[in-house]
Design a protein around this ligand. Structure first.
Ligand SMILES: Nc1nc2c(ncn2[C@@H]2O[C@H](COP(=O)(O)OP(=O)(O)OP(=O)(O)O)[C@@H](O)[C@H]2O)c(=O)[nH]1
Ligand SMILES: [Mg+2]
Length: 465
């Protein structure tokens, strides 16, 4: 698997901080030292590594992160987002011609995977974008190159246009395009010759084709195993030809990842596809975010933080946290937190996103409906009662009234107020503690700012029966 070693090392460094409730500059420095080494070992270009480390550090040390309730997880998310940015953020789509026929030319060094990927791409775009592709055999130099492309075409049921080896390549390509138009194809993919090294003759030939037909895409196939040497190849090709994207091939091998992580930043050329095997369906669109997920293997932490930041008002959450510390936490705060949780989706799906908890989920009987019942009960309290939970706790007659107003049983109302008291106390205790003394995975047990609710099994759990 590609990136295996990088992935393992990054995860190890990040695990030190995941879930941590407090971080200092030293923690970040230590972690980033390891991250830096892992990237360099993965053959990521040193300039890229430097930039990356600086960016992550700067963001991680930002006041907002350090003071948040879950700095550890936030930093994991920063690393993830910077990795994604490094690889181009968004997937880079194929530029089709707006009218009629689109043309894609594949170029690259010998053995990089041009011929194979002509087939893979044609078949992929036929399926994905309902294209009617034609392949053009533009490699007339390597013996059997045409045969190879015809074989590929035959396997896929895609027609190959060829005129043998005795004509000029530019003419073959032009004729191929005329033929495609006649045959009502809307996509042409041109296979070209490779060389061991980039040479004048090869470049001139490609340049002639480019000038003649102005392809919509000139995709450079590049072997991922080349590591950061790939950068030189891309740069040299790009000096002569307007390269529109890369296909990083042989990503199924044990590439360390250097190319995938350096190309975009250093050349500004997007990776559009990756080749992941010899078979003709083994091609994938390059998704920077999925790749970052794959490398970090911490998609769960990241999506939890994402969901939380989308749905939770951070300032409010901080205020509630302060109230917990002061012991003035009340039903209004509780209700607010419940609303956030609800906005974030079903409890079960939320809990399953919290690392380590998945397996325990089975025994945990969580029911979204319970939350509705709690809301109903709290809504039947007077504003005064919501502000002063003690009023309810101490007065059976108030509980009785709430029970009638909410339509829930007296036992339920009783249980809620008892639980609320319990929870308030244990929360206060936890909030007063130094998070570092609470172990590496200490999290607030409540749906506070970052929705850490699921960890609060036991006393912090809201079941009211
Ligand atoms: N494992 C793996 N092998 C691949 C991949 N892409 C291509 N190959 C193999 O790499 C070898 C070279 O692929 P070609 O498509 O012939 O490369 P080319 O760039 O056309 O080579 P020339 O025409 O000689 O310049 C073949 O054996 C392919 O099966 C890939 O993504 N993964
Ligand atoms: Mg070839």
């Amino acid at each position: 698997m590609p990136f295996e070693s990088l992935s393992e090392k990054l995860q190890m460094s990040l695990r030190r901080i995941t879930g941590r409730g407090r971080l200092n500059e030293n923690d970040i420095d230590e972690m980033m030292k390891e991250v830096r080494l892992s990237l360099l070992e993965a053959d990521v270009n040193y300039k890229v590594v430097k930039m990356f480390v600086n960016e992550v550090k700067e963001k991680a040390l930002g006041e907002k992160i350090m003071k948040s309730l879950t700095p550890g997880d936030q930093v994991v998310k920063i690393v993830h987002d910077e990795l994604k940015k490094l690889m181009g953020d968004e997937e880079a789509k194929i530029n089709y011609s707006t009218s009629g026929l689109s043309t894609i030319m594949l170029v690259g060094l010998q053995g990089g995977g041009k011929t194979t990927h002509c087939g893979k791409l044609a078949s992929y775009l036929r399926k994905k974008d309902a294209k009617r592709p034609l392949l053009i055999a533009g490699d007339i130099y390597r013996p059997a190159a045409i045969d190879q492309l015809c074989q590929v075409g035959k396997q896929l049921g895609i027609e190959v246009y060829q005129e043998g080896t005795n004509k000029k390549v530019v003419d073959i390509v032009e004729n191929g395009i005329k033929y495609a138009k006649k045959m009502n194809n809307d996509l042409v993919i041109i296979d070209t010759a490779g060389r061991l090294h980039i040479d004048e003759a090869l470049m001139n030939e490609l340049d002639q084709i480019e000038k003649k037909i102005h392809p919509n895409e000139i995709l450079l196939t590049i072997d991922a195993m080349m590591g950061q040497d790939a950068i030189n190849v891309i740069t040299t090709f790009n000096e002569k030809l307007p390269i529109t994207g890369c296909i990083l091939t042989k990503m199924d091998g044990d590439t360390r990842g250097g190319a995938a992580l350096s190309v975009r930043y250093l050349t500004n050329i997007p990776i559009k596809f990756i080749g992941v095997g010899e078979k003709l369906d083994q091609i994938e669109v390059f998704h920077p975010d999925r790749m970052a997920d794959r490398i970090l293997g911490m998609g769960d932490v990241v999506s939890l933080i994402e969901k939380a930041t989308e749905n939770i008002d951070e300032d409010e959450a901080m205020k509630i946290m302060e109230k917990i510390q002061k012991g003035t936490y009340n039903y209004n705060d509780f209700l607010k937190q419940l609303k956030w949780l609800k906005r974030m989706g079903s409890m079960k799906s939320l809990l399953s996103m919290i690392p380590g908890l998945g397996s325990k989920l089975k025994d945990l009987d969580i029911d979204d409906k319970q939350f509705t019942n709690i809301e109903v009960i709290i809504s039947s309290m007077t504003p005064k009662e919501r502000k002063n939970p003690d009023l309810v706790a101490k007065s059976p007659s108030r509980r009785n009234r709430i029970c009638k107003g909410s339509g829930r049983s007296y036992q339920e109302v009783n249980a809620l107020t008892r639980k609320f008291d319990d929870m308030k106390n244990s929360l206060k205790q936890m909030a007063g503690m130094d998070p570092e003394k609470m172990g590496p995975n200490a999290r607030p047990p409540m749906p506070t700012q970052k929705a850490r609710k699921g960890k609060g099994k036991g006393r912090g759990d809201f079941r009211i029966r």
